[in-house]
Design a protein around this ligand. Structure first.
Ligand SMILES: Cc1cc2nc3c(=O)[nH]c(=O)nc-3n(C[C@H](O)[C@H](O)[C@H](O)COP(=O)(O)OP(=O)(O)OC[C@H]3O[C@@H](n4cnc5c(N)ncnc54)[C@H](O)[C@@H]3O)c2cc1C
Length: 393
């Protein structure tokens, strides 16, 4: 356990999640000492699948962990959009094309992505992890930030010259940043399950089946026989538990619409976990003089563009570079980080909102959407995604 009043020379990272581990590795690669304070005692298998698009894979490659991830992740060959009502695919884009310069697109269980980052961080001599320490209070002074963490029945106080708040959507660190955004319920829930791939499924594709007011995304995790399902439907829950207000009719309705697809009969077999969807306005403050938020803590997003983990990964890398460039002038480093990231994150948030509008269309809007997708050449869609997947943090 950390001792009362421990003073750290290096940077304190709050949270050993996807963004916190990326930032820690990026800093350690640049010769900086890092202490990570994390609530969990050990990484868990909690969670389901994540998409790891080329913009994230580029960062993972520069951190030296992409090859390890590729050994166990799935490598899809297509991203498709399907109309659940008719069971027809309306758009199909090839990814991981031989000889193309598109970068790597992977899908994986979150625990796998987290595991490769975690193992690399634990192997690095400049990174120390205080596991089982839940941060309960933060106070910023002129020269240092004091972080109080609960560990069992004890409390530890740590003083660091700068703190990165990578503690996720329910960030404690954001309370110490005046004007930071706060998580707002979106009125939607992500229902997640991992299931054996049904016969005839598009084995190696990421497919989003769009239905009125709901959609289902499926992709391989671990191997082509295991698929991740994410259904986004209307409803609200408590932070982590089911409640009466989940609109199970919407889930039933979604699966009725999926009858024409290989996923129509999965609802009976899938063991769903419900994740209420919250978002954090990216226009809020991201930093004070000595505390900087990243990832979900700064700008949590709904999963309509499948970029939540990727944004945390990009943030971690850009923030590590900004701190390395600014030496001990953390305020300037955080300003440079915000300047480099704000427009990008806002654009991704806009794309997320656009996809939500498009995917959940009903009636005439649905027909117009499908027609638009069919008429527009795939090359135009690909060019439209260059800014998203081609970004190199
Ligand atoms: C256990 C878990 C499972 C998930 N599963 C999925 C999934 O299946 N699919 C999906 O799309 N997204 C999932 N997510 C969310 C996804 O990982 C994030 O939205 C995304 O990666 C952004 O990363 P982040 O680094 O900002 O936050 P996260 O990856 O959520 O990391 C935040 C970290 O901070 C730690 N933390 C939080 N509060 C404190 C505190 N007070 N003191 C110390 N540490 C703290 C958390 O334990 C966590 O390790 C999951 C998140 C978690 C924590």
């Amino acid at each position: 356990m950390a001792n009362m009043g421990d003073a750290l020379d290096g940077i304190l990272v709050a949270g050993a999640g996807i963004g916190g581990l990326t930032a820690a590795l990026g800093l350690a690669q640049r010769g900086r000492a890092v202490t990570i304070v994390e609530a969990f005692e050990a990484p868990s298998e909690i969670g389901a699948g994540l998409q790891v698009p080329p913009n994230a894979c580029h960062v993972l490659d520069s951190l030296g962990v992409l090859d390890e991830l590729k050994k166990k992740a799935s490598v899809p060959d297509r991203i498709c959009l399907g109309d659940a009502v008719s069971g027809r695919i309306v758009l199909s884009l090839d990814v991981n094309r031989d000889g193309a310069d598109d970068g790597t697109y992977l899908t994986a269980h979150r625990a796998l992505l987290h595991g490769v980052l975690y193992n690399a961080a634990m192997a690095h001599p400049s990174i120390t992890l205080l596991a089982g320490h839940r941060i309960v209070d933060v106070a910023e002074g002129d020269d240092a930030v004091t972080v109080t963490a609960a560990h069992g029945g004890d409390r530890a106080e740590l003083n660091a010259p700068a703190v990165i708040g990578a503690d996720g959507i329910w960030s404690i660190l954001r309370h110490a940043v005046a004007g930071a955004g706060t998580p707002q319920p979106t009125g939607r829930i992500a229902m997640r399950a991992v299931v054996p791939a049904p016969a005839g499924a598009q084995a190696n594709a990421v497919v989003a089946w769009m239905a009125p007011h709901a959609h289902l995304v499926t992709y391989p995790v671990r191997n082509a026989e295991t698929r991740n399902l994410v259904a986004v439907i209307r409803g609200t829950t408590g932070k982590t538990s089911w409640s009466e207000s989940i609109d199970l009719d919407t889930l039933e309705h979604l699966f009725e619409k999926l009858d024409h697809t290989p996923y129509g009969d999965l609802n009976d077999h899938a063991e769903w976990t419900a994740w209420p969807l919250y978002s954090v306005d990216p226009h809020g403050q991201w930093h004070s003089d000595r505390i900087c938020l990243l990832g979900d803590a700064a700008h949590g997003m709904e999963p309509f563009a499948a970029q939540g983990a990727a944004m945390a990964i990009e943030d971690g890398q850009v923030l590590a570079k900004a701190i390395a460039d600014a030496g001990t002038d953390f305020t300037n480093a955080f300003k440079a980080f915000h300047a480099a990231r704000a427009e990008r994150v806002r654009r991704v948030a806009q794309r997320t909102a656009f996809n939500r509008f498009t995917y959940h269309q009903a009636g005439i809007g649905r027909l117009a959407r499908n027609l638009g997708f069919r008429l527009r050449p795939a090359s135009a869609f690909r060019a439209d995604l260059d800014w998203l997947y081609g970004y190199r943090a």
